[in-house]
Design a protein around this ligand. Structure first.
Ligand code: UDX
Length: 445
């Protein structure tokens, strides 16, 4: 199959590289000249484990190329994927579809033969119909061009693995010829494993993506509130998670309590779902509550640190370990660390930080934060050390060294990486999330 991928953001670049690795002929198109030049030199615009190597291998094999010329990329394609950004529109929270429609228009101008146009970007229900309307203006529908929805479920940091070993692939179209093309594109998956290709209508497929992300956001937020309850009643949220997650109807994933979800998808997609629901006057109260609870939680984590400091953070040094919204990414979008920094600085604390990949982006988003080259430098003379993101390198910290270099040997572990015994043996007082405080206090005394 000949595939054109419009947009080389997270989803576009990973999907394009993986499709070429499946054996398809892929051209990735992006308007950004500099980005394309760098990609041609195998410089990735994002940090994603394994991506540079995957891209290099497939470029070398002659299956993957990059261009700024959309018309050239689209001309011979059997499938044109739209994977441009759909950010939250400033002011109203609706998904901004201007990039999608602009791409659709340009594609329509360049198409020379029957093909499928596939929206891979996360787009609100009904966007496929709008794209179809654009094609109609160019009289393309009669010429065998169809519009298909094929949402992407990959996670940053595990993107290639998720793309190649998905739980399912959702394809929204009622057109039989389009289904055949999509079946062919994803055929290598069914040879490797039994990931089902789920065919639905286009609108259903568009909604599945939002419903999936909203459900996961609800699941995380649910366990975060249970964590608060655990702290109040002296229970342990990690054991609660295990205890409920073993029930197959619930499932063990996305039940890790923490500082609240961030990133480029959950915050934006929950808001967009609420907007769609508002437009048709079908309130989604559970998702609404989730958005509010999660938003409040991020700053509340700053207050949690202040409480651990004895209620007064004025003039205290607080070292944050991890700034990105999750590990294995340099992405700082909607990261809980941003709200935590703000809450701590508002309370008069001096904030210092270390993150393995996120510091360059973080520097542009926060002020008066001292960045350090490693966790130990960040934690020097700290009154509190806060684990914000569960990077692997924080799982094997030299805790005695960290405690010795700090001022108060107080560890606030917002990801529950460290068992209380281990932290205490190293000389730390440990405060986790959803951990039985009474037991911690007893064992300290
Ligand atoms: C998410 C979805 O998983 C993916 O299917 C969708 O396509 C895009 O959005 P991503 O944003 O890359 O992917 O990250 P994910 O691993 O899902 O984590 C999202 C946020 O939830 C992070 O801030 C993470 O720390 C948080 N999280 C996740 C928890 O707090 N607890 C959990 O148990 C899981």
């Amino acid at each position: 199959m000949r595939i054109a991928m419009i947009g080389t953001g997270y989803v576009g670049l990973v999907s394009g590289a993986c499709f070429s690795d499946f054996g398809h002929q892929v051209v990735c198109v992006d308007k950004d000249v500099r980005k394309v030049q760098l990609l041609e030199k195998n410089v990735m615009p994002i940090f994603e484990p394994g991506l540079a190597e995957l891209v290099a291998n497939n470029v070398r094999a002659g299956r993957l190329s990059f261009t700024t010329d959309l018309a050239e990329g689209v001309r011979n394609a059997d499938a044109v994927f739209i994977a441009v950004g759909t950010p939250s529109r400033r002011g109203d929270g609706h998904a901004d579809l201007s990039y999608v429609f602009a791409a659709a228009r340009e594609i329509a101008e360049s198409i020379t033969k029957p093909c499928v146009i596939v929206t891979k970007s996360t787009v609100p229900v009904g966007t496929g119909d709008e794209v179809e309307r654009i094609l109609k203006e160019f009289s393309l529908l009669k010429q065998g061009v169809t519009v298909v929805s094929n949402p992407e479920f990959l996670r940053e940091g595990a993107a290639i693995e998720d793309f190649k070993r998905p739980d399912r692939v959702v394809v929204g179209t009622d057109d039989e010829a389009a289904r055949d093309i999509m079946r062919e594109i994803y055929r290598p998956l069914s040879l490797n494993q039994s990931a089902p290709l789920l065919f639905t209508s286009r609108r259903t497929s568009e909604l599945i993506k939002y419903a999936a992300n909203a459900f996961l956001a609800v699941k995380i937020t649910f366990i975060n509130e249970i964590a608060d309850l655990c702290e109040a009643v002296g229970a342990d949220v990690q054991e609660v998670s295990r205890g409920i997650g073993l029930d197959k109807r619930i499932g063990s994933k996305f039940l890790h309590a923490g500082p609240g979800y961030g990133g480029s998808c959950f915050p934006k997609d929950t808001l967009a779902l609420l907007k769609t629901a508002g437009d048709v006057e079908v309130p989604q109260r559970i998702v609404e509550a989730t958005v509010q609870v999660n938003e409040a939680r991020k700053r509340a984590m700053g207050r949690k640190v202040i409480k651990a400091l004895g209620g007064d953070a004025h003039g205290k040094n607080v070292a944050l370990l991890g700034l990105t919204f999750k590990p294995n990414t340099d992405d700082m979008r909607d990261a809980p660390s941003l709200a935590i920094v703000a809450a701590l600085q508002d309370a008069g604390a001096n904030v210092r930080a270390y993150d393995p990949e996120g510091m360059a982006h973080a520097e542009a988003l926060v002020q008066n934060v001292a960045f350090h080259p490693n966790p130990y430098a960040a934690a020097e003379n700290a009154d509190a050390i806060v684990i914000v993101t569960e990077w692997d390198e924080f799982r094997a910290l030299d805790l005695p060294r960290l405690a010795a270099g700090s001022r108060s040997a107080l560890l606030v572990d917002l990801r529950n990486i460290y068992p209380v015994g281990e932290a205490e043996r190293a000389g730390f007082k440990l405060v986790g999330v959803g951990k039985p405080r009474a037991v911690v206090d007893q064992s300290v005394s």
